[in-house]
Design a protein around this ligand. Structure first.
Ligand SMILES: [Zn+2]
Length: 510
């Protein structure tokens, strides 16, 4: 079919779909219980953002099976009867979250190594609480996913109502099941990669909806790596945060996967910054990897020739497979992004090399020489690859090393931290600002910088381990804590409490 005719057909189909959506969304709970209504990727997902934003049209979805065996989930509380509920009701929020959870689980499960289970403290089913209190927040804490509600602009916003946010949190749990060593890793890049994986989960889960694929191709004229309702993540939560902290999030969403952030060594970045700048804060720094991944996915899609929604779905699966394989074999080092990028290139077919190399170079994750190295290096022996898999699975945590901290007045000389000291798999690095490759910091330098960032932001619960006797000036009384000090035989060790996705904003004063 000629391109113009193909596009006209797409427009007609989408318009027809929207009419159906509009009709069903106003009918209330009158369906026979064979399906439910849900948001596609966010309540404020719009082809062209308006001010103030308008609600998207819900879509009809099959009843999600939360008892499915793959990556099982349990939503706390009673289960409303499956029907087409009106947006704004508790029941609608339940089924929107359930649909998003099941869609992400169904996407990731076949791509994970066989036998991948939730982290042992989660149990057999991931517990999900859709509204545990007031905050503009959401988190994963190795027990389950918690979502909140918060007021903004005279409205109540529920973080668990946005599929983007739900799939992001689900991504934390999936990555923790796949590579638990990242949980306590004392390096900014590991924490930022966790956040990026959450956003990549949201993008990939949205791409499993045919309606999203068709609309994004239409809105971007087949150029996937263009600003769109797909690339704009968590528009509603972003809007809510923007009402109180206008510079904390992007102008039309929380974070945008289409961005021009260029890699810098995070140890040289400030611990937080306005959304327009890059900082070492994990959500901020995650945008570098997310942008490169999305651009790489768009490049893979371009190699398929025909810009069909089916090819787009295939590209999303291909890119996700490469990502999962890389996570299984990339060592946790301070320059973790470059190891993941090189591992993706290593296992990609040659037809995808140019797309991936271009994306990782344009975002500075690989220097030109590193992209060349990753692209042309000879095959690795199966023993080397098996060794990396063993290293990833050998222990739940990275080894500890004492990091000096006597200068902070905490009354202790050092803190045991899980340092990113695994041997490098690839001789690659990010781009240096002038030319060539950066020299990454040593694992103890990266750990010290990570510790001081947490102290600067008031993220460590110091009270539990050392009380008020010392370091009280560093115990920010209002910040939500992401880490704590735990007594171990070698002294006090830094451990993560949860991945707090309040986006360093709501938790400033809560
Ligand atoms: Zn997160």
């Amino acid at each position: 079919m000629p391109k113009k005719t193909l596009k006209a057909a797409r427009v007609r189909r989408l318009r027809r779909g929207q009419k159906v959506q509009a009709a069903t969304s106003t009918n209330g709970s009158g369906s026979g219980g064979l399906d439910v209504l849900a948001w596609e990727n966010d309540p404020y997902a719009q082809s062209r953002p308006t001010r103030p934003p308008a609600l998207a049209a819900p879509v009809v979805r099959p009843i999600p099976d939360l008892n499915a065996k793959a990556l099982p989930v349990m939503i706390a509380g009673s289960t409303p009867k499956p029907r087409r509920y009106n947006a704004g009701t508790t029941e609608f929020r339940y089924w929107t979250a359930a649909d998003a959870l099941r869609r992400t689980a169904d996407f990731w499960a076949p791509l994970l190594p066989s036998g991948t289970n939730w982290h042992s403290t989660v149990g057999t089913r991931l517990r999900v609480s859709l509204d545990v209190g007031e905050d503009l927040n959401a988190y994963y804490d190795r027990r389950g996913l918690d979502f909140f509600h918060g007021s903004a602009g005279r409205m109540i916003v529920y973080s668990g109502e946005s599929p983007d946010v739900v799939c992001h949190e689900f991504g934390h749990a999936v990555l923790d099941a796949l590579r638990p060593q990242l949980w306590n890793a004392a390096t900014a890049e590991a924490a930022a990669f966790h956040e990026s994986f959450g956003d990549m989960s949201a993008l990939l889960a949205a791409l499993q909806l045919q309606s999203v694929r068709e609309r994004v191709l239409l809105d971007t004229q087949d150029r996937l790596y263009h600003n769109s309702q797909l690339s704009r993540l968590a528009e509603q939560l972003g809007w809510a945060i923007r009402q109180s902290y206008p510079d904390a999030v992007e102008s039309d969403c929380l974070r945008n996967a289409v961005n021009s952030f260029f890699y810098k060594d995070p140890t040289g970045l400030p611990p937080e910054a306005p959304a327009s700048l890059l900082s070492s804060e994990p959500h901020s720094f995650s945008r570098v990897f997310t942008g490169a991944f999305f651009e790489g996915l768009a490049g893979i899609f371009d190699t398929f020739g025909a810009a069909t929604e089916k090819n787009l779905q295939q590209a999303s699966v291909d890119a996700a497979k490469l990502l999962i394989k890389a996570i299984q074999t990339a060592p946790v080092v301070p320059s973790y992004y470059s190891q993941i990028a090189a591992a993706m290139m290593r296992s990609a077919p040659v037809t995808h090399h140019q797309a991936l190399a271009g994306a990782f170079m344009r975002h500075g994750i690989l220097s030109p020489e590193s992209a060349h190295t990753a692209g042309v290096a000879g095959p690795e022996s199966p023993r080397t690859v098996a060794g990396m898999v063993n290293l990833a699975q050998a222990a739940e945590d990275l080894p500890t090393a004492p990091i000096a901290c006597s200068e902070y007045g905490l009354g202790i000389d050092s803190i045991m931290m899980h340092v990113a000291s695994q041997p490098k798999r690839f001789n690659v690095a990010g781009a240096a600002p002038e030319a060539g490759s950066l020299t990454p910091p040593a694992h103890d330098e990266a750990a010290k910088s990570f510790l001081e960032d947490l102290l600067r932001l008031g993220r460590i619960d110091l009270k539990a381990a050392i009380g008020n006797r010392a370091g009280f000036l560093l115990q920010h009384p209002l910040r939500r804590k992401t880490h704590m000090l735990v007594k171990m035989s070698g002294g006090l060790a830094l451990k993560r409490i949860h991945f707090d996705c309040g986006f360093a904003c709501a938790s400033r004063h809560g």
